[in-house]
Design a binder for this molecule. Sequence first.
Ligand SMILES: NC(=O)c1ccc[n+]([C@@H]2O[C@H](COP(=O)([O-])OP(=O)(O)OC[C@H]3O[C@@H](n4cnc5c(N)ncnc54)[C@H](OP(=O)(O)O)[C@@H]3O)[C@@H](O)[C@H]2O)c1
Length: 308
Amino acid sequence: MWFFWLLIALIVIKTYNKITNGKCYADNVMSGKVVIVTGGNSGIGYETALELARRGAKVILGCRDEKRGQKAADSIVKKTKNRSVRYMHLDLSSFASIRKFVEDFKSSEAKLDILINNAGASGVHRDRTEDGLIRDMQVNYFGPFLLTILLTPLLKKSAPSRVIIVTSTLHRFGTISDLNNPHSFIRTYCDSKLCNILFSNELARRLEDTGVSVNSLHPGHVNTSFYKATILEKLRTMIFYTFFKNPIEGAQTSLYLAISDDCDETTGGYFVDCKPGYMGMKARNEDLAAKLWDMSEQMVGLKPEETI
Ligand SMILES: NC(=O)c1ccc[n+]([C@@H]2O[C@H](COP(=O)([O-])OP(=O)(O)OC[C@H]3O[C@@H](n4cnc5c(N)ncnc54)[C@H](OP(=O)(O)O)[C@@H]3O)[C@@H](O)[C@H]2O)c1
């Protein structure tokens, strides 16, 4: 009997979650737009890229693994009949790879309308990258920082253009006090997500009046392969299915920020379920954001002529 009531409770929760999930209702066509989606080969990134391609955008999937990236691009082309979808190699754990990606992108595309910093990692928090940084920190924050700064001149030239940064509600538990030492995977993740949102806010301030908008978002708790690397994998059961969004639902806020006319004039915002969300106190601290920016420029080895 208890199983019956448990099942009913799970169905009620799932139905409630479905009803309250934010949805992107914008019906804009995206033909003529050039979009980069990092980590576009799986989960939220794949669904974001798929929907943008369906609406006619030229979509570049920035992925670290050629096989997975190419497979995702082929699958999107097949599903949407949009042939302007391609994979380009981008390993966010390597500054050399990021610089090469930007050079290759600039030599093949004359403009960039939307940059979606979606890729993220969790669980490789003790490894160091070839650049000497903690791997998760570099993939989640320092890499996207460098990528975005290097693409900013092109974004400005292509204005109105948009930068979208996928962060997490867990930014509330982050700190920026010790970013280059190993911590638990959850601490590193929270720190990196606080950095994402501080960066988003500071970039929005620096790009005010340039026509480049910058917003961050929490996609919700989404049942993707993201949890593979952690002990949470073992919990990917009916409970996950019940409480978590599916990847299509998880992509809605990224799509809303990329597509909707409502976001034309919006910058420096943080969104959850396609509407403004509540930023943690540290995320709203402008001094902290400026301090992080200076630290980040040094850690990614930004050249003086590249600063913005
Ligand atoms: N799922 C959630 O509940 C949740 C909640 C809050 C925020 N988020 C954020 O949402 C974003 C997307 O995550 P997801 O849930 O869709 O997980 P996912 O399916 O695991 O996607 C993560 C993507 O990032 C890519 N990636 C990992 N390391 C990379 C690297 N070094 N260089 C380039 N790309 C790399 C992965 O590529 P590979 O396939 O090659 O590994 C994959 O395409 C992340 O930023 C995550 O922090 C997710």
